[in-house]
Design a binder for this molecule. Structure first.
Ligand SMILES: Cc1cc2nc3c(=O)[nH]c(=O)nc-3n(C[C@H](O)[C@H](O)[C@H](O)COP(=O)(O)OP(=O)(O)OC[C@H]3O[C@@H](n4cnc5c(N)ncnc54)[C@H](O)[C@@H]3O)c2cc1C
Length: 427
């Protein structure tokens, strides 16, 4: 007869709690650890990277200035985003490429290499305890302080009493559970599922999707494929070794539905479309005649979700006017990129070789003093976030939030944290 097992809550000692191990969370945990704080990083999946690895988006945007003329990519700023990018370049044998005639530079990467570099950087400070398969489901504030966070880690309850919290969930989940006001951006952008075909003609990726789109359009017109299959695009930089990564975009969320219902439907709908889509490509596109489905991203890529309403808000005109702020803690250089009902994104570029800054207070919920929010859920308008959500900028806001949280947790001045982050951006 087996012993009855009772589950009790374990309490873990630390100073800064980082929730979410995506690009922002990895940067935040590393920053806080290097600033001398004891850190716990909670991640609901079994590996780090967030959408960069779970949705396999495949290229880092927001690291380099837009530039139609130069031969080399120019970093938008120094500090951690460039350190991460350099390590990824070495680990994945990759380099920046210019993807369009609008002068946009990106860094292609392989998702396993991203997860590996993320794991290595957070571990090196020795101050960061990573807990995987840990999902935060409850957070309680007393007055303006977030006091308690509860998570299930591999189905065991854990209780945290943090000095400072960095919410990098992509959905402002920690802040919202603790009562901070947030807005629902779930319907702002269309999601997409990334999948890889192997054994395709690599020339297809170089030529673009003209021939593919023609065949898909024809199949949709004659009723053999659902209309969504026309919303296919290439992951930039893809095509090495005959493995071509595609993004199949769906339609934006219905604003009247809960996002958890919508995401469930999206996941099933997108995965069900892949086999008919593959069959159509194999049958009708010469470059795909021998192609096989190699892999599908473990998670649908959800571009927009809940965002906090912070002490400041990044506005559309801050982005389009490349505004700088005395309290700027991160630089954004990617255009506003809206994926809505059309098959391709609407891009709104700002001045070439320029950038905007994100004010410190965009990372602070209005109601909570010891919470910092980074990545794609800090305080910004819908339009501004279509630019600031990219991985390069998420690394930068995560770094700033982690530094601030460590300084706060250790009783150091936030002005000093701001000065340090601004100095690192200039390096
Ligand atoms: C289809 C698609 C294509 C894209 N293409 C590009 C591109 O080419 N280049 C680019 O730079 N950007 C691209 N983006 C945007 C970019 O990938 C994301 O905006 C960016 O990765 C966000 O990083 P983040 O750390 O803010 O959030 P996320 O990557 O979403 O990370 C959040 C993390 O928190 C974890 N988490 C969430 N809730 C909890 C919880 N309650 N408890 C514990 N953990 C939790 C999640 O598992 C996740 O790991 C794309 C996005 C999509 C959807």
């Amino acid at each position: 007869m087996s012993n009855p097992a009772r589950i009790g809550s374990t309490t873990v000692a630390f100073e800064v709690l980082v929730i979410g191990g995506g690009a922002a969370g990895v940067a935040a945990a590393t920053a806080a650890g290097r600033a001398g704080a004891k850190v716990v990083l909670l991640e609901r999946y079994g590996f780090l990277g967030g959408l960069a690895t779970t949705a396999q988006v495949g290229t880092i945007c927001g690291l380099y200035l837009r530039d139609t003329a130069g031969d080399e990519a120019t970093p938008v700023g120094g500090g951690f985003p460039q350190e991460f990018a350099s390590r990824l370049q070495r680990a994945a044998d990759t380099k920046p490429i210019r993807v369009t005639d609008t002068g946009l530079w990106v860094l292609p990467y392989s998702p396993p290499a991203f997860a590996g570099v993320a794991d290595a950087v957070v571990s090196e400070s020795k101050n960061v305890t990573v807990i995987l398969h840990a999902t935060v489901a409850e957070a309680q504030a007393e007055g303006s302080r977030l006091n308690e966070v509860r998570a299930l880690a591999w189905n065991e309850p854990l209780l945290f009493r943090p000095n400072a919290v960095v919410d990098c969930t992509g959905e402002a989940t920690g802040a919202a559970l603790a009562g901070a006001h947030a807005e629902n951006g779930g319907a702002d952008q269309a999601p997409a599922l990334v999948f890889v075909l192997e054994n395709a003609d690599p020339g297809l990726a170089q030529r673009g999707l003209l021939e593919v789109r023609r065949e898909l359009h024809w199949a949709v017109e004659n009723g053999t494929l659902p209309a969504l299959c026309e919303r296919l695009s290439l992951v930039p930089g893809t095509g090495a070794n005959g493995r071509i990564a595609f993004k199949l975009s769906l339609l934006p969320a219905d604003p009247d539905r809960a996002l958890w219902q919508q995401v469930t439907d999206w996941e099933r709908e997108a995965r069900a479309l892949l086999e008919p889509l593959r069959q159509c490509l194999v049958k009708n596109v010469a470059a795909c005649r021998n192609a096989r489905l190699d892999s599908i991203a473990p998670q649908l890529g959800v571009r927009s979700g809940r965002r906090i309403l912070g002490r400041a808000r990044l506005m559309d005109e801050d982005v389009s006017g490349t505004r700088k702020f005395p309290s700027g803690i991160a630089r954004g250089c990617w255009p506003m990129e809206r994926w809505t009902k059309g098959p391709r994104p609407e891009m709104t570029c700002f001045a070439e070789r320029d950038y905007y800054e994100i004010p410190f207070d965009c990372l602070r919920p209005a109601e909570l003093d010891n919470v910092w929010v980074a990545g794609r859920c800090f305080s910004a308008t819908t339009g501004a976030m279509t630019s600031a959500r990219v991985i390069g900028t998420a690394l930068a806001t995560g770094w700033a939030a982690g530094t601030a949280a460590a300084f706060q947790a250790r009783g150091r001045s936030l002005d000093d944290a701001l000065t340090l982050v601004r100095k690192q951006m200039d390096q």
